[in-house]
Write a new protein. Structure first.
Length: 130
């Protein structure tokens, strides 16, 4: 049971599959079309997380200079700069569109689905900011 939990954590939090196979073996197992879809999803999430962390750090530095540092404020401001709204507002809109229940917390899979849905939005926002 512990072994299964370890595999789940490894997959969900580190993005590492439970099987130790090469990318070529994985591509052969899922086929070229699904492999391309997997790469699009994987790199979309990875880039999305990198953009969010970068903007969050930018906000933190700005606020540190102004002596206004609060971690939760930097996360909210980073979301607002990237997506035009804070994460709670975006989450509420997302759940409403998907007909998901309104909960006090968010699962990792729901968060990744939310970020995937906004990746195109973030890309166009970052291009417009440049």
């Amino acid at each position: 049971m512990v072994c299964c939990r370890r595999r789940e954590v490894r997959l969900l939090l580190k993005g590492k599959p439970p099987l130790d196979i090469t990318k070529e073996q994985f591509q052969e197992l899922v086929g070229p079309l699904k492999y391309r879809q997997y790469l699009n999803y994987f790199y979309g999430i990875t880039v999305e997380e990198a953009i969010l962390l970068t903007v969050k750090e930018e906000v933190r530095k700005e606020r540190q200079l102004a002596a206004l540092v609060k971690e939760e404020d930097t996360a909210a401001e980073a979301f607002r700069r990237i997506y035009g709204e804070t994460q709670p507002i975006l989450l509420e809109q997302f759940r409403k569109e998907k007909h998901y229940r309104r909960l006090k917390s968010i699962s990792l899979s729901e968060l990744k689905e939310l970020l995937t849905g906004f990746s195109n939005s973030a890309s166009s926002t970052m291009i417009n900011r440049a």
